[in-house]
Design a protein around this ligand. Structure first.
Ligand SMILES: *Cc1c(COP(=O)(O)O)cnc(C)c1O
Length: 361
């Protein structure tokens, strides 16, 4: 810490992302990226001509991409905010729509960034415990009178709630913002709340290109909400970093969004592979949460979460171990290709059989 840091940030505990090793070839199942490359249309969009125009600032409005997203969800372009990853939307929402001294609520086990934003912007937040089976007890949010943030499907459990349950939360808190973080919604079935945006002016739906559209490295997310909420986010953007999306990402995003067939194919493969992986893990004794996401959350009675994570890492496979009293026995495992999942399952088999603890084979 330098002597210049404002003391209000001295005790801030920052978010810790999953490892992103750049030096070694791991089977990487730790940060919920897609195992598939972006759509071939994305490669075609990153032309020499587009690269040559990097000397010019990008389109401030992201006009093309915004109108494509608007058309898909049947809302007006001014009800869409384009972001440098959905983390940016969440950050701005905690900053401007909540902020110092405001009250908020989210589940005790959820995306680890929510409490970090809460602390950064000095929001007075409450963490509402999941039930013992890790499902969200929606009734606890009815009429709570605080801003609400729910990841649906939830992370790191993968468990989803229905739009009907979310509607009840929206209806009973008409004067509070409800943010539904749909980072993994494309791996569930019909659970998006996007269709409710034109009905509830207190709803913000957040989605990302990072998972289902294979663009984690491009940093692109978006929010759908009433135009007045979007205008508030735009105000923050124009007060921080108006050119939040670079030229190439805007082109890549539009190309990825246009390729429905590729998107359907990739998400279907992941969903099928999730069933396969869940079944295989259960066969060897794992308890696996019912996931609607591109990962599974699982524990094994014979080995601690941390030990399994370390042993697999030693064998060249990265999964995500999260600390926290209620979840320390679990690991979050991203669904990769079938080949990657077979590697994982056989490595786990070796570990459970008391086999090698040796380095990379
Ligand atoms: C991955 C993730 C995000 C962040 O996604 P980016 O668009 O890459 O910033 C947001 N929310 C949840 C729940 C996530 O898992």
């Amino acid at each position: 810490m330098s002597r210049f840091l404002n003391p209000i940030y001295a005790t801030l505990e920052e978010y810790v992302p999953g490892e992103q090793p750049q030096d070694q070839k791991y089977i990487k199942l730790n940060t919920n990226e897609s195992p598939y490359p972006p759509s071939p249309k994305v490669l075609d969009a990153l032309t020499r001509e587009n690269i040559e125009r990097l000397n010019l600032y990008p389109d401030l409005d992201g006009t093309q991409l915004r109108s494509m997203i608007a058309a898909k969800f049947g809302i007006e372009p001014d009800c869409i905010y384009l972001a440098n990853g959905s983390d940016e939307v969440l950050s701005f929402a905690f900053m401007a729509l909540m902020g110092e001294g405001s009250k908020a609520a989210f589940p005790d086990i959820s995306y680890g960034f929510y409490p970090v934003y809460g602390d950064l912007y000095r929001v007075d937040y409450e963490k509402i415990p999941l039930r013992d089976d890790f499902t969200i007890d929606c009734a606890q949010y009815h009429g709570i009178g605080k801003s609400i943030v729910i990841a649906n499907p939830n992370a790191p459990t993968g468990i989803a709630i229905s739009p009907a349950e979310i509607e009840e939360i929206l209806r009973s808190n008409p004067n509070n913002l409800v943010i539904i973080d749909e980072a993994y919604v494309d791996f569930g079935e019909g659970i998006s709340c996007a269709g409710l945006v034109s009905k509830y002016d207190n709803l913000m739906v957040v989605q990302t290109f990072s998972k289902s559209r294979s663009l984690a490295g491009g940093r692109l997310g978006f929010a759908l909400a009433h135009r007045d909420i979007i205008a508030d986010l735009e105000k923050i953007r124009y007060s921080t970093n108006p050119y939040n999306l670079d030229r190439l990402t805007l082109h890549a995003g539009a190309a990825a969004f246009s390729d429905e067939a590729y998107f359907d194919d990739c998400t279907r493969r992941i969903i099928n592979c999730r069933s396969y992986t869940t079944e295989k893990l259960r066969e060897i004794g794992f308890e696996v949460c019912r996931s609607s996401a591109n990962f599974v959350f699982a524990r094994h009675p014979a080995i601690s979460g941390e030990e399994l994570y370390l042993r697999l890492k030693n064998m060249g496979i990265l999964i995500r171990h999260l600390s926290g009293e209620r979840i320390k026995d679990y690991n979050r495992i991203t669904i990769g290709t079938k080949w990657q999942m077979d590697q994982l399952i056989s490595a786990v088999g070796v570990i459970l059989a008391g086999g090698t603890n040796n380095a990379q084979q």
